[in-house]
Design a protein around this ligand. Sequence first.
Ligand SMILES: *[C@@H]1O[C@H](CO)[C@@H](O)[C@H](O)[C@H]1NC(C)=O
Ligand SMILES: *[C@@H]1O[C@H](CO)[C@@H](O)[C@H](O)[C@H]1NC(C)=O
Length: 342
Amino acid sequence: MGARRLLALVAVVVALGAAAAALQPINVTTVAFEEGYTPLFGFDNILRSGDGLTVSLLLDRSTGSGFISSSMYQHGFFSASIKLPSDYTAGVVVAFYTSNGDVFEKRHDELDFEFLGNIRGKPWRVQTNVYGNGSVSRGREERYVLPFDPTTEFHRYSILWTRAAVVFFVDDVPVREVRQSAAMAGDFPSKPMSLYATVWDASTWATSGGRYRVNYRYGPFVASFTDLALLGCRVDPIQMLSSSSSGRSAECAASEDALLASDLAVMTLEKQLAMRRYREQNMVYSYCHDTRRYPVPFPECDVVDSERRRFKDSGHLRLALRRHRRPRPAVRSARSTRAADM
Ligand SMILES: *[C@@H]1O[C@H](CO)[C@@H](O)[C@H](O)[C@H]1NC(C)=O
Ligand SMILES: *[C@@H]1O[C@H](CO)[C@@H](O)[C@H](O)[C@H]1NC(C)=O
């Protein structure tokens, strides 16, 4: 390697290091459970802490459980620190998502974090997904291995949804960005959504496609939520879609402009680099690489050849690359994780 190329490489590495170190921690106002949420199902399996700041959802033989935001939101930032059930959790799914499936049955929008149950000793995987206007036949799943043990400590998971983009975050790191585009049309979520958190028995599909079912000898399975954050414009979806609501729409537009201009939404170079790095290290499946299921890639998929080669035509990361992956020790802040890598 020539001296100049070496220097260039060093410059890139230094820049990446600086970028990683400069990633801003997510700083949002959190709310107590009572202030923003209401029980949805499995009431006896929803346990609140004395101070009302933490809520635990249980899945046992009788039922799972879930809560929902008391309002619907037209765009926003939805976030919680979550601790997942520990030990043997095959078939258990913990979901943290926005949806309006109850209001718009046939043309619903949805943004998902789904934590897919786990056989003891294996790293946990999380799946993100995006649906718009009932695009249920076009799943846009991506799966990542979590580079920490999500059962021993709380980690923050966030969904940012603006008219411009959807961004999923794990701790302070953006892990996926889907930008609104004309080509995506209605598949980009556009109608008011509620925030949901649930734990349920998904024996039929969650773990290795249903090979491992929920074993209730290891129950109850407990998912805990704290640092709850809901930023966005509260709307009544029916009113919103009628013409009498232009005043409210203007108010929502103003609040969204503020969100778009905030640190949360601005995709700095540092964030883009951190996102790329996260995806290179942790992504194990992407619909963009799944040419078996989708011979014609989606308009929002920017498939780079070098990345494409790492995945099979089933969309899964090649096994050889997967084997090298070992769960790293739990480190609370994403920043120190990266620092340790450098
Ligand atoms: C977080 O935001 C609040 C107000 O929005 C501000 O007062 C506080 O200083 C911020 N904290 C950090 C660590 O930036
Ligand atoms: C959503 O779907 C409905 C039909 O299912 C269609 O009439 C409507 O135009 C779609 N909206 C968008 C924004 O694509």
